[in-house]
Every structure is written in C-alpha cells, then in structure tokens.
Design a protein. Sequence first.
Length: 314
Amino acid sequence: MRNAVGRDIPDYLLTGGKEVYQGKNYMDGKYMQKAAPKTRRYEKPQESKLVETIADALRQCGCKDGCTFSFHHHLRNGDYVANMVVQAAVEELGIKDITVAATSLGSAHDVIADYIEDGRVIGVQTSGIRGRIGDVVSEGKLKTPAIIRSHGGRPRAIEAGEVHIDIAVVAAPTSDCVGNCRGIGGKSNCGSLGYAMTDAKYADHVIVVTDTLVDFPNMPASVEAIDVDAVVVVDSIGDPKKSLQRPTSKRASPSRPAWAARPWLPTSSWKSTWTSAASRWAGPSAASAARWWSCSKRVRSARSSTCRTSTWTL
C-alpha cells in the first residue's frame, strides 16, 4: 500500500491495526483507548525490595520466554545495565524469544547483537539504533521487523497498548531500598529519568538497578516505589564519561552555530552571550540547563539575527 509520501509499504507489515502514514494531522481529533497497567496487591508491610542479583529479580518478576524488556538510554554510550539484564536472562535463566523495547540502542549495547545473531533476541522496538545492533538488523538477522518510533511516539504506543512491557528495567544513579530512584546524587549521574517514567507506569513489573543505595526516602523521585517490584545494587550501572557522548552525528550546516549541537555545554566563544540573559552561568550543570531553557525564548527574540536554537534527539 502506498503512503502519503509515495512509498510502498508491504502488506505484511500492516498487521495489528498498523496503518501507513496518511499525511499530517490525519490522526487529529481521533480517540485513543489507553491500556490499563497490571497492578499487584501488597497487603503485608515491606521493609525493603532489595534483591541479591539481577537474575533473582528477573525470577521474582516472572521472566519467561517471549518476554519484552524495556530500558532507557539516559546513560547513552556509557550504559551497562541493558547488557547485564539480557545476559542474565539468556545465560542464567535460559530465556529465549526476547524483545528489547529500549528508548534507544547504541554501541554500548553491542553484546545484544550477539543474541540477535543467535536467535535469542527476536524483536527490537526503539527510537534509535546504532552500532553492531544496527548492522545486524540492516543485514536481516533479526527475526521480526524492527520498529522505530519517535521519542513521543514510543510512550503513546505504550499507553495505547501497542507495546506491552513485561519487565521495565530502570538504570538509576540513586535509589533507596524500596525503589524511589533519581538520576542524581550518585556516582553515575545522568540527570532526568524521564524516558523511564511511562515504562514504569505501564509495565507489568519494574526492576530498579542502581550503584548507589541511599537512605529512604530518596525524594523527589523520578520513578516512585509504588511502581517498583525489586531493587538490585551492582558495582556500576555505567561509565559517566561515555554518558556525555552525543549519539547523533554532527552535520555541517551554514546556518547552525557550532555550539547549537549541545547548548548546555558552554564554550568560551559564546558563553558571554548568555551571561546577561541568564544573570549567572554555573557551567554544564542541571541548574545551568534549566536557566538556559527558561531564557532561551526571550534571548532568541532579542538576538534573532545572531542566535539560533535547534532541537536535537539525544
């Protein structure tokens, strides 16, 4: 079937209610039925949700063949957790026919490519795919079609039930013993855990993996304990240095300033430009980013001839 931009889409992909792209605003005004997340009653008080190993947490959450795991990519190319979970599922539990539903996949997840080639991982649903995983998918080694969604389309698909997550795994720089977790305060800080929020709300089970256990309550939490089934403490969830690397490629553009790729990492050439608008610049921190975003609209209006801002998928 031909879509709105003239591309023929094979009929075998149009299953389960999938449609071809039918143009801008085609879905405007249509209703969507949200899927209801599965919940489990706990009547006995719980002092802790700590579990010894990832394999134990997977067993506790009923991991079985055909399972769909979700991961976030806030740790970028420094992420260790996705590999650890898939390895534990395959090597220790013998799970097969796995689907990986991650917010993005890159070179940090090259190990998963081996399991795609072995036929243990048969599905990939993500918003970005690079590294060896991209290569093996391009070579046709994945048993099912890879599904790529935008960062906005992914949570919509989860809410609509198009993506059913059996176990959401949240790599968290800090967590308390019951699962209140945040992206700051530890040794592998990544800032926001926003990509994981929808997963934690709609998954059947949620496992928090952290390398820094803190006192209860770890608030304000990005993912709250009420949505968490198990907490696992490991030596390290990722490499903070690699977490700062941008997964997108830098492209030359005569209209894009060199700093536009990552405006929250200031350089001496333009740092002074923002000082007057932001009142005080504190360097590449979360507070600096917040101030930059809050004033960017006003500054762009005032300095439209010299300053431009672009949205990058990171």
